[in-house]
Write a protein that binds this ligand. Structure first.
Ligand code: HEC
Length: 111
Protein backbone atom coordinates (compact mmCIF):
# COMPACT_ATOMS: atom_id res chain seq x y z
CA UNK A 1 0.00 0.00 0.00
CA UNK A 2 2.79 2.40 0.93
CA UNK A 3 4.75 1.53 -2.21
CA UNK A 4 1.75 2.11 -4.42
CA UNK A 5 1.17 5.57 -2.99
CA UNK A 6 4.81 6.45 -3.48
CA UNK A 7 4.66 5.41 -7.12
CA UNK A 8 1.55 7.47 -7.71
CA UNK A 9 3.24 10.48 -6.10
CA UNK A 10 6.40 10.06 -8.13
CA UNK A 11 4.31 9.61 -11.25
CA UNK A 12 2.41 12.80 -10.55
CA UNK A 13 5.60 14.75 -9.96
CA UNK A 14 7.15 13.46 -13.15
CA UNK A 15 4.17 14.24 -15.29
CA UNK A 16 3.97 17.75 -13.83
CA UNK A 17 7.63 18.33 -14.64
CA UNK A 18 7.27 16.94 -18.14
CA UNK A 19 4.12 18.92 -18.75
CA UNK A 20 5.61 22.25 -17.66
CA UNK A 21 8.78 21.64 -19.67
CA UNK A 22 6.73 20.91 -22.77
CA UNK A 23 4.49 23.90 -22.23
CA UNK A 24 7.55 26.14 -21.89
CA UNK A 25 9.03 24.77 -25.08
CA UNK A 26 5.80 25.23 -27.00
CA UNK A 27 5.51 28.92 -26.12
CA UNK A 28 9.16 29.74 -26.81
CA UNK A 29 9.12 28.13 -30.27
CA UNK A 30 5.90 29.96 -31.04
CA UNK A 31 7.41 33.43 -30.50
CA UNK A 32 10.41 32.84 -32.73
CA UNK A 33 8.32 30.98 -35.31
CA UNK A 34 6.37 34.13 -36.24
CA UNK A 35 9.53 35.86 -37.47
CA UNK A 36 10.80 32.72 -39.17
CA UNK A 37 7.41 32.22 -40.84
CA UNK A 38 7.36 35.78 -42.04
CA UNK A 39 10.79 35.50 -43.62
CA UNK A 40 9.84 32.17 -45.20
CA UNK A 41 6.66 33.68 -46.59
CA UNK A 42 8.46 36.65 -48.11
CA UNK A 43 11.11 34.37 -49.60
CA UNK A 44 8.32 32.39 -51.24
CA UNK A 45 6.41 35.43 -52.43
CA UNK A 46 9.35 37.34 -53.88
CA UNK A 47 11.73 35.82 -56.41
CA UNK A 48 15.51 36.22 -55.99
CA UNK A 49 15.53 38.80 -58.78
CA UNK A 50 12.80 40.79 -57.02
CA UNK A 51 14.88 40.69 -53.85
CA UNK A 52 17.85 42.02 -55.80
CA UNK A 53 15.63 44.76 -57.19
CA UNK A 54 14.49 45.58 -53.67
CA UNK A 55 18.09 45.93 -52.60
CA UNK A 56 18.83 48.16 -55.59
CA UNK A 57 15.90 50.45 -54.75
CA UNK A 58 17.01 50.49 -51.12
CA UNK A 59 20.59 51.46 -52.00
CA UNK A 60 19.38 53.99 -54.56
CA UNK A 61 16.67 55.68 -52.50
CA UNK A 62 17.53 55.28 -48.85
CA UNK A 63 20.72 57.28 -48.53
CA UNK A 64 19.58 60.55 -49.99
CA UNK A 65 18.94 62.13 -46.61
CA UNK A 66 21.18 60.08 -44.35
CA UNK A 67 23.72 57.27 -44.32
CA UNK A 68 22.45 53.90 -45.49
CA UNK A 69 21.14 52.00 -42.48
CA UNK A 70 21.86 48.32 -43.17
CA UNK A 71 18.93 45.87 -42.67
CA UNK A 72 20.93 43.96 -40.04
CA UNK A 73 21.06 47.10 -37.91
CA UNK A 74 17.46 46.66 -36.73
CA UNK A 75 15.05 43.84 -35.91
CA UNK A 76 12.02 43.02 -38.05
CA UNK A 77 9.81 44.60 -35.43
CA UNK A 78 11.73 47.86 -35.57
CA UNK A 79 11.89 47.90 -39.37
CA UNK A 80 8.14 47.52 -39.58
CA UNK A 81 7.79 50.76 -37.64
CA UNK A 82 10.45 52.56 -39.67
CA UNK A 83 9.70 51.43 -43.22
CA UNK A 84 6.25 52.89 -43.95
CA UNK A 85 7.41 56.38 -42.97
CA UNK A 86 10.72 56.10 -44.83
CA UNK A 87 9.17 54.60 -47.97
CA UNK A 88 6.90 57.61 -48.00
CA UNK A 89 9.85 59.96 -47.45
CA UNK A 90 11.71 58.28 -50.30
CA UNK A 91 8.59 58.65 -52.48
CA UNK A 92 8.55 54.97 -53.39
CA UNK A 93 5.51 53.60 -55.19
CA UNK A 94 3.66 50.64 -53.66
CA UNK A 95 5.60 48.14 -55.76
CA UNK A 96 9.00 49.57 -54.86
CA UNK A 97 8.04 49.84 -51.19
CA UNK A 98 7.02 46.15 -51.22
CA UNK A 99 10.32 45.10 -52.80
CA UNK A 100 12.38 47.15 -50.35
CA UNK A 101 10.33 45.81 -47.45
CA UNK A 102 10.81 42.19 -48.59
CA UNK A 103 14.55 42.61 -48.93
CA UNK A 104 15.00 44.50 -45.67
CA UNK A 105 12.79 42.17 -43.59
CA UNK A 106 14.48 39.02 -44.89
CA UNK A 107 17.88 40.49 -44.02
CA UNK A 108 16.93 42.11 -40.72
CA UNK A 109 18.65 41.45 -37.42
CA UNK A 110 17.58 38.22 -35.73
CA UNK A 111 15.17 39.26 -32.96
C1 HEC B 1 13.54 62.62 -47.56
C2 HEC B 1 14.62 62.18 -46.69
C3 HEC B 1 14.68 60.69 -46.32
C4 HEC B 1 14.69 59.63 -47.16
C5 HEC B 1 14.61 59.61 -48.68
C6 HEC B 1 14.81 58.45 -46.31
N1 HEC B 1 14.92 58.82 -45.01
FE1 HEC B 1 15.26 57.60 -43.43
N2 HEC B 1 15.28 59.18 -42.19
C7 HEC B 1 15.06 60.50 -42.55
C8 HEC B 1 15.08 61.33 -41.38
C9 HEC B 1 14.86 62.83 -41.36
C10 HEC B 1 15.35 60.48 -40.28
C11 HEC B 1 15.49 60.82 -38.79
C12 HEC B 1 14.23 61.28 -38.18
C13 HEC B 1 13.12 60.28 -38.28
O1 HEC B 1 13.25 59.16 -37.74
O2 HEC B 1 12.11 60.61 -38.92
C14 HEC B 1 15.49 59.15 -40.83
C15 HEC B 1 15.78 58.02 -40.10
C16 HEC B 1 15.91 56.76 -40.59
C17 HEC B 1 16.28 55.59 -39.81
C18 HEC B 1 16.64 55.57 -38.34
C19 HEC B 1 15.46 55.27 -37.49
C20 HEC B 1 15.83 55.11 -36.05
O3 HEC B 1 14.89 54.90 -35.27
O4 HEC B 1 17.02 55.19 -35.70
C21 HEC B 1 16.26 54.53 -40.65
C22 HEC B 1 16.57 53.09 -40.31
C23 HEC B 1 15.88 55.02 -41.96
N3 HEC B 1 15.69 56.37 -41.89
C24 HEC B 1 15.73 54.22 -43.05
C25 HEC B 1 15.38 54.69 -44.32
C26 HEC B 1 15.09 53.83 -45.44
C27 HEC B 1 15.10 52.32 -45.43
C28 HEC B 1 14.83 54.65 -46.49
C29 HEC B 1 14.44 54.25 -47.91
C30 HEC B 1 13.17 53.57 -48.06
C31 HEC B 1 14.95 56.02 -46.01
N4 HEC B 1 15.27 56.00 -44.68
C32 HEC B 1 14.81 57.15 -46.80
C33 HEC B 1 14.88 60.95 -43.83
C34 HEC B 1 14.82 60.20 -44.97
Amino acid sequence: MFMKKTFVLIGMCLSTIIFTQCAKKATSTKTSATTVDEVAELTKKYSPSQMTEGKAVFVGSCQKCHQLYQPAKFTIKKWKKILPDMSHKAELNANQAGLVRAWVITNAKQS
